[in-house]
Design a protein. Sequence first.
Length: 118
Amino acid sequence: VQLVESGGGLVQAGGSLRLSCAASGSIPRRNVMGWYRQAPGKQRELVATITDGDSINYADFSKGRFTISRGNAKNTVDLQMNSLKPEDTAVYYCNVRPPVGLSGINYWGKGTLVTVSS
């Protein structure tokens, strides 16, 4: 399975970006797709996840500003980011993993850089 992210870039504070991730290859039917981010000098952190049943989880900083969604084919996941802040600057990574309690491989994309200027 390969995950390819797109949509990163430079945006001014208050602006919007939409990140997309496409999974190639066969992903397990039971899975969780999500977005994580890593800012310089910080640990990677959860942004949002969505299950194969469309259950969604957001980090507190994402709530009200970011929206995660899956494509109809269930092998794509998007992240709509609004009201961006300079502190949202980070490399954003797409992830596919098994649900908690199931075994399987944790897949990561190479990341896409989001830079928010003040």
